[in-house]
Design a protein around this ligand. Structure first.
Ligand code: F6R
Length: 611
């Protein structure tokens, strides 16, 4: 969602801001803009991509060593030039960029209109800047005081950055509910929605907390809360290499990330298990081992692909560690007055660590006294800072909007967590524990084997790319993978797709099957294999096009299928780590063939920071 980049220092701000906005493109947006201070306050903004903004600004005055830039993902008002950020106060003095939603913007707008203010856009952001401007004017305040006092009356979520034409030495920013990171350079500071636009200039970052305001000139930085309590800036070193943010020779980030998965799974497991010494260690769980062992229930909250990882985790924890699990959409959990006891553990899963619904669900769980645990990719993100403990998945930056390597990273962590707990509770035999560890160790190699079948998968993609619909079926551990396969296809190729437990097909979806319907059947399970054979027969009897994902050596289902992708056999609990890979590739190729924007699908945002 909206991306923020700002700079104050001795260099020209424009190229830094434009490059930074390009780094943030992966978050998803529909318009872009920037403001530069150089005596004048120049604002350039446009509907469309950052490259269009560059072309638009090319012949304009681009001087200035203080600037703010923004990519907008529309909430209030359609994507157009006027609604794009930055927005200006009507006295022409303050410029603002904003990520989030101001919930009381309607009532603020009424007050401001009564006082004679006029508005040019439909956005809540313009209301906010007018409000801050009116407080500034009324009480004759410096910008930082106007921001602080105004925010006391603002309800909603925001990361905001402001500059003041009449005080052209400062940037003021604040956050509540939306992420904001400060990069600390040598006589220069950067601000951004995440570390990616900043790491090529400095690795020193300050992650702002909710209700904090930062005031910076070229040389100094000060942090205080909205309640005017000074805060000591905590600088952290971020380990993020610039080449992790590049495509590295791949045509798309998504393809790079699919191909990275052998490595990222190995990274997620590194130092957390040894098949030779037969142990699993999960640092985050150790401190709370007693609580995990005694937990009556694990509640997993997440959204989208991370929710699918939660469903796999449900199978893993229940099967291996014999603990009941509930998997909840974070957005639903929050609003249905959930019953929580101190014996419950709430686990949040999030690639970005910034998903607003997941954050809100965690805040609720925390307020009710539950232990909260995070399975997160982005280090230092809001969710990782809110939890009592957690495990990072260490997948590196995931830039493609469709989640791939983060998903298999999440599955790896949950496999280890379930094994750790099973071992601690004694619910798994030594032999099976060892068998799963041995098998986990060779999963990265098996992924490489699957990736070698890219050409075959591409061929199948070409055969079904013109379909309007698709059904994905799986059973047991592979049921969530059917959901994930369907989500991957719809989000990047815009083909309508649904995932079902294979046996559920005859309770409704079978009515959709005809000779035009591709049915992707994930049939690698040892458990209930014969039942899946029957399901495939039922599809063929209705002339559906069967694409099956089977374990190498399979004969029965392959014989019945129109197209088959063979993957190396593995134990059922580990099957999702392998069976999802061909589905990711299939969606990728179909989307490329349909000329879709694979890395930035329409309407989607990578980091969903509004509820
Ligand atoms: C789908 C996808 C989304 C995210 C969801 C949650 O490919 O990426 O469904 O999984 O928006 O995001 P995180 O994991 O960042 O909380």
């Amino acid at each position: 969602m909206c991306g923020i980049v700002a700079y104050i220092g001795n260099k020209n701000a424009y190229p830094i801001i434009v490059k930074g906005l390009k780094r943030l493109e992966y978050r998803g947006y529909d318009s872009a803009g920037l403001a530069l201070l150089n005596g004048d306050l120049n604002i350039y903004k446009i509907k469309g991509k950052v490259s269009q903004l560059e072309a638009f600004a090319a012949d304009k005055d681009l001087r200035g060593s203080i600037g703010i830039g923004h990519t907008r993902w529309a909430t209030h008002g359609e994507p157009n030039d006027i609604n794009a950020h930055p927005h200006l106060s009507d006295n022409g003095r303050l410029a603002i960029i904003h990520n989030g939603i101001i919930e009381n913007s309607d009532s603020l707008k009424k007050l401001l209109t009564r006082d004679g203010h006029t508005f040019t856009s439909e956005t809540d952001t313009e209301v906010l800047v007018q409000f801050i401007g009116s407080v500034q004017q009324k009480y004759n305040l410096p910008i930082e005081e106007a921001v602080r006092q105004a925010l006391g009356s603002v309800i909603g979520a925001y990361a905001i950055v402001l500059i003041d034409k009449e005080d052209p030495t400062k940037i003021v920013a604040a956050r509540k509910g939306s992420p904001l990171v400060v990069g600390v350079g040598d006589s220069e500071f950067f601000l951004a929605s995440d570390a990616t636009p900043i790491v090529e200039y400095t690795k020193k970052m300050i992650y702002l907390n909710d209700e904090e305001i930062v005031i910076m000139d070229r040389d100094n930085l000060e942090i205080k809360t909205i309640a005017n309590i000074p805060k000591k800036p905590e600088i952290q070193e971020v380990e993020l290499a610039v080449d992790e943010l590049e495509k590295g020779g791949y045509e798309h980030f998504m393809l790079k990330e699919i191909y990275q998965q052998g490595q990222t799974i190995a990274d997620a497991m590194r130092g957390r298990m040894s098949h030779i010494e037969s142990w699993v260690k999960m640092g985050g769980m150790e401190e709370y081992e007693e609580k995990f062992r005694k937990a009556k229930r694990l509640i997993i909250v997440a959204c989208g692909t991370s929710w699918h990882a939660g469903l796999v985790a449900e199978y893993l924890f229940e099967d291996l560690a014999r603990v009941p699990v509930e998997v909840e959409y974070a957005s639903e959990f929050r609003y249905r007055n959930p019953i929580l006891t101190e014996e419950d553990i709430v686990i949040a899963i999030s690639q970005s660590g910034e998903t607003a619904d997941t954050l809100a669900a965690l805040e609720l769980a925390r307020s009710k006294g539950a232990l909260i645990y995070g399975v997160v990719n982005v280090v230092g993100s809001s969710i990782s800072r809110l939890t009592h403990a957690g495990s990072y998945i260490h997948a590196g930056p995931e830039i493609g909007v469709a989640s791939t390597k983060a998903f298999t990273g999440q599955l790896s962590i949950f496999t280890l967590m379930a094994l750790y707990l099973a071992n601690a509770k004694g619910t798994i035999s030594r032999t099976y524990f060892q068998k799963l560890l041995n098998e986990l160790t060779i999963i990265p190699g098996k992924i490489e084997e699957i990736l070698k079948q890219n050409d075959q998968i591409k061929y199948i993609a070409a055969e079904i790319k013109n379909s309007n619909n698709a059904i994905y079926l799986g059973r047991g551990f592979n049921f969530p993978i059917a959901l994930e396969g369907a989500l991957k296809l719809k989000e990047i190729s815009y083909i309508h797709a649904e995932g079902y437990p294979a046996a559920e097909m005859k309770h409704g979806p079978i009515a959709l099957i005809d000779e035009k319907m591709p049915v992707i059947v994930i049939a690698t399970n040892k458990n209930a294999y014969e039942k899946v054979v029957s399901n495939v027969q039922e599809i063929k009897a209705r002339k559906g096009i069967v694409v099956s994902i089977v374990a190498k050596g399979d004969e029965q289902i392959s014989r019945l299928s129109d197209y088959t992708i063979e993957i190396p056999p593995t134990e059922d609990p580990l099957a999702p780590l392998l069976s999802v890979i061909p589905l990711q590739l299939l969606s990728y190729h179909i989307a490329v063939m349909r000329q879709c924007n694979v890395d930035q699908p329409r309407n989607l945002a990578k980091s969903v920071t509004v509820e």
